[in-house]
Design a binder for this molecule. Structure first.
Ligand SMILES: [Zn+2]
Length: 660
C-alpha cells in the first residue's frame, strides 16, 4: 500500500542537515539510496538532489516505522519524519556524516523497478544505456553538478550582458533556409503546400537586421541547428551565446567577450585575467600547426626546409616545406616508442618523419647521411633542442593550396607528443584571440574559392581592391576565441555596405538570380542605412564542458543525442502517422543503396525502412547472371517494403530480382 503525500511538508533537503540541527524535528523526501538491515536497527540512506542522509529505524522505540522500512526497496520514493541526532562516530565521507535522522514515521510514496545501473557517481554502464535511461542517469551527482554549473554560467552571462547594456531578443525558430555552410533541418508547411521552413543554423541574418533596426546591442542564448555529418564532438542542436553590436571596433567586441568569460570562469571557481592575448592566423599555423593552438605548453614548430638540400629532398620525395619541433626528454625513447611516431604521423598525412637525437654523447640523426652533419646540427639548433630532446621533423604527403600542410601535420604531432610527454599543464586556462584569417579558402571538392567563414564577414579595408583580382590574398575581419586548444566561437566585423556585399557574393560565384532568391530581403535591408556592426557567437556546450572538466559535450546537455543524432530515450527521430504525412502532402521515397556486383553489373536496393541497430538481416540476393555472386542484405528492415534490382553489365537493363 502506497502512502499519499497529502499535506506533508518537506522541512529540509537531505544533504543540508548538519550537527547544528541536532535535536530538531525534520522531514526529508527523496529516494532510497541504500538499505542495511541489522535486525533491531535498520538504516536507509535517503537521497535527493542535495545529497544523502542516513535515516535510522529502531525496532524497539518505533516498531511501526521500522516495520514499514522493511518494505522499502532501492529507489523507492519516501518521506521520512524524525529527529536529528548527533552520531557517536562521524562519517567523514558524507557532508551529513555527523548526524543521523532517527525516524518516527516513514511514508512510502512510490515503488521503483530495479534500475539497470546503480545510482552512483562512478558507474560502468555504457553511455548508450545511460542515455536510454537518462532519467536515472540524471539522479547521479555528476550530471546534477554539471547541469547546475551550466545554469549558473548561463545566468551569469545574462547578468554581465545586461550590465553592459545588451538586450536579449528572441529570433524565430521557424525561418527560411539560408546558406551558412551546413545542411538545414527543414520543417514542412501544412498551410503552404510544398513550402518549407528551416530551423536556424544561427540567428546571423536576424541579428544583423536588429542592428539595422537600431537595437544597438543585442544578445541571445539561443538554440541552433545543423544537419552536419556526424562527429564525436557535435550535436545536431546546440546552444550559443549570440552577440551583435553597432559601431564597434574589434577591441570593443573582444572586451565584451572577455568580461563574459572572466565572469563565467569565476562561477566555476577558475580565475582568469583579461585582456586575452592575440595571434595572427598565419603565425598560429606556422608556430603551432593549428587554427586553435593549445597555449598551455611550448614545443613550438620551426620551419627547417633549409636544412634539407636539393639532393636530399629528391631522395626523400619532399615536395613542400619541412616543419620540426623538439620533444623534451624524448631522446631516451625506446625503439618501440620511436617506431610509433612515424606510424602516427603517416596517419595524419605525413610523407616523411626524420629524427634528430640530442644526447649527452652528441647529436645523431636518421637522415645524417642524406643531409650532412652540419645540417643536422642546424636543424637541432633551429628547434632550440636541449640535451635529452628528440627533434621530430615532418614533410607532408600532399600540398594544400594556401596552407602549410607539413605544419598542420607537425601541429597534430605536437599535441600527441605533448600529451604523451606530460608537457600540458592541466591546471592552466589559456585563452587566445585569433585574427587575420584569409577571407577565402580553397575547396578541393568544388575546385573553387569559398568563404572561410560566412559570406557576411567584413573585409580588411586595404584588401578590398584585391577582391576580384587576387582573392586568395584578401584578409577578413573575422576572429576566433580559443581556450586550451578548443575553439569556443567565432565572429567578425560585418560587411555593412550593400555594394561591397554584392561584390563579395559575385566573387563567390553567385548569380544575380541566386542572390535575389537567397538574400533578397537582406540585400534590400542593407540599402536603408545600415550602421557598421559586428559580433560573435560562443558555443556554450563547449564552454560548459571545459569549465566542468568534462571531455564530452554530452555530459553537460540534459538530453543529449548520440553521435548518430538519435535520442535513445525519446526514440527520435521516429516514423510518423501516415495521416500526418497526408496533411503535409509528403510521401517518403524509399532510400537506395548501390553497390558493385562481382559479375561486372550493379546492385540497387530500395527500402522504405532502414534497420535500427542489430536487427536480423532478411538474407541475401543472388546474382541472376552468375549465381556465385550474391549481395548480403544489411541495413534494411523487414518492417517496410523493400526490393532489390540488378543491372546486367551487357544489356544495361535493371531487373528486379527480389522483393518483399
Ligand atoms: Zn551480378
Amino acid at each position: 500500500m502506497l502512502d499519499f503525500l497529502g499535506n506533508l511538508k518537506r522541512t529540509h533537503y537531505c544533504g543540508a542537515l548538519r550537527a547544528s540541527d541536532a535535536g530538531r524535528d525534520a522531514t526529508v523526501m527523496g529516494w532510497v539510496h541504500r538499505r542495511r538491515d541489522l535486525g533491531n536497527l535498520l538504516f536507509l540512506d535517503v537521497r535527493d538532489r542535495s545529497g544523502i542522509v542516513q535515516v535510522v529505524f529502531n525496532k524497539e522505540t518505533q516498531p511501526e516505522a521500522h516495520a514499514k522500512a522493511e518494505q522499502a526497496r532501492s529507489e523507492s520514493v519516501v518521506a521520512v519524519e524524525g529527529t536529528v541526532t548527533r552520531r557517536e562516530k562521524a562519517n567523514p565521507e558524507l557532508a551529513t556524516g555527523e548526524i543521523d535522522l532517527m525516524a518516527t514515521k516513514l511514508h512510502i510514496l512510490n515503488n521503483a523497478k530495479t534500475p539497470p545501473f546503480p545510482i552512483e557517481d562512478e558507474i560502468s554502464a555504457s553511455e548508450e544505456t545511460r542515455l536510454r535511461y537518462r532519467y536515472l542517469d540524471l539522479r547521479r551527482p555528476r550530471p546534477h553538478r554539471n547541469l547546475a554549473l551550466r545554469h549558473k554560467i548561463l545566468l551569469e552571462m545574462r547578468k554581465v550582458m545586461d550590465e553592459m547594456g545588451f538586450i536579449e531578443v528572441e529570433t524565430p525558430m521557424l525561418t527560411r533556409s539560408t546558406p551558412e555552410g551546413a545542411r538545414d533541418y527543414l520543417v514542412p508547411s501544412r498551410v503552404h503546400h510544398g513550402k518549407f521552413y528551416a530551423l536556424p543554423q544561427s540567428p546571423q541574418i536576424f541579428k544583423q537586421i536588429l542592428m539595422i533596426g537600431g537595437l544597438d546591442r543585442y544578445f541571445q542564448i539561443v538554440k541552433c541547428f545543423r544537419d552536419e555529418d556526424l562527429r564525436a564532438d557535435r550535436q545536431p542542436e546546440f546552444t550559443q551565446l549570440d552577440v551583435e553590436m553597432s559601431f564597434p571596433r574589434q577591441e570593443d567586441i573582444f572586451s565584451v567577450i572577455e568580461n563574459v568569460m572572466v565572469r563565467a570562469c569565476a562561477v566555476a571557481g577558475i580565475e582568469v585575467h583579461a585582456p586575452f592575448p592575440h595571434m595572427l592566423y598565419k603565425d598560429a599555423i606556422r608556430k603551432y600547426g593549428s587554427d586553435k593552438p593549445d597555449m598551455r605548453f611550448g614545443m613550438e614548430l620551426h620551419e627547417v626546409t633549409d636544412c634539407f638540400p636539393a639532393e636530399a629532398r629528391q631522395k626523400l620525395q619532399i615536395g613542400g616545406s619541412v616543419f620540426a619541433l623538439a620533444a623534451p626528454g624524448a631522446a631516451s625513447y625506446s625503439r618501440k616508442q620511436l617506431d610509433e611516431v612515424p606510424e602516427k604521423a603517416k596517419g595524419l598525412g605525413a610523407r616523411g618523419v626524420y629524427f634528430v637525437k640530442v644526447a649527452a654523447e652528441g647529436i645523431t640523426s636518421t637522415v645524417e647521411k642524406l643531409i650532412g652533419a652540419e645540417n643536422v646540427k642546424k636543424l637541432a639548433e633551429a628547434c632550440g633542442a636541449k640535451t635529452g630532446d628528440l627533434v621530430v621533423a615532418v614533410s607532408a604527403k600532399e600540398e594544400i593550396k594556401g596552407a602549410e600542410a607539413a605544419a598542420l601535420v607537425a601541429g597534430q604531432l605536437r599535441l600527441q607528443l605533448g600529451e604523451a610527454l606530460g608537457q600540458i599543464d592541466k591546471t592552466q586556462w589559456k585563452f587566445l584571440w585569433l585574427t587575420g584569417f584569409p577571407l577565402f579558402e580553397w575547396s578541393e571538392t568544388d575546385k573553387t574559392w569559398v568563404s572561410a567563414q560566412h559570406p557576411f564577414t567584413g573585409i580588411v579595408d586595404e584588401d578590398l581592391e584585391k577582391l576580384e583580382t587576387a582573392p586568395w590574398e584578401v584578409r577578413s575581419k573575422g576572429y576566433d576565441l580559443v581556450l586550451n586548444g578548443v575553439e569556443l566561437g567565432s565572429g567578425s566585423i560585418r560587411i555593412h555596405r550593400q555594394d561591397i556585399q554584392e561584390r563579395l557574393f559575385k566573387a563567390l560565384g553567385l548569380t544575380e538570380e541566386q542572390l535575389r532568391r537567397r538574400f533578397g530581403f537582406f540585400l534590400d535591408a542593407l540599402t536603408y542605412g545600415t550602421p557598421p556592426h559586428g559580433g560573435i557567437a560562443l558555443g556554450l556546450d563547449r564552454v560548459t564542458m571545459l569549465l566542468a572538466g568534462e571531455k564530452s559535450i554530452r555530459e553537460v546537455i540534459a538530453f543529449a543525442k548520440t553521435t548518430a543524432a538519435v535520442d535513445l530515450m525519446a526514440e527520435s527521430p521516429s516514423e510518423v502517422d501516415p495521416s500526418q504525412l497526408d496533411d503535409l502532402g509528403i510521401s517518403v521515397k524509399p532510400y537506395v543503396l548501390q553497390s558493385e556486383c562481382g559479375c561486372g553489373g550493379r546492385w540497387r536496393v530500395f527500402s522504405e525502412r532502414m534497420s535500427q541497430g542489430a536487427q536480423q538481416s532478411p538474407g541475401a540476393a543472388t546474382c541472376p547472371e552468375s549465381p556465385q555472386y550474391f549481395l548480403p542484405l544489411v541495413g534494411i528492415s523487414n518492417e517496410g517494403r523493400w526490393w532489390v534490382e540488378h543491372l546486367d553489365a551487357g544489356s544495361r537493363d535493371w531487373k528486379r530480382v527480389l522483393e518483399r
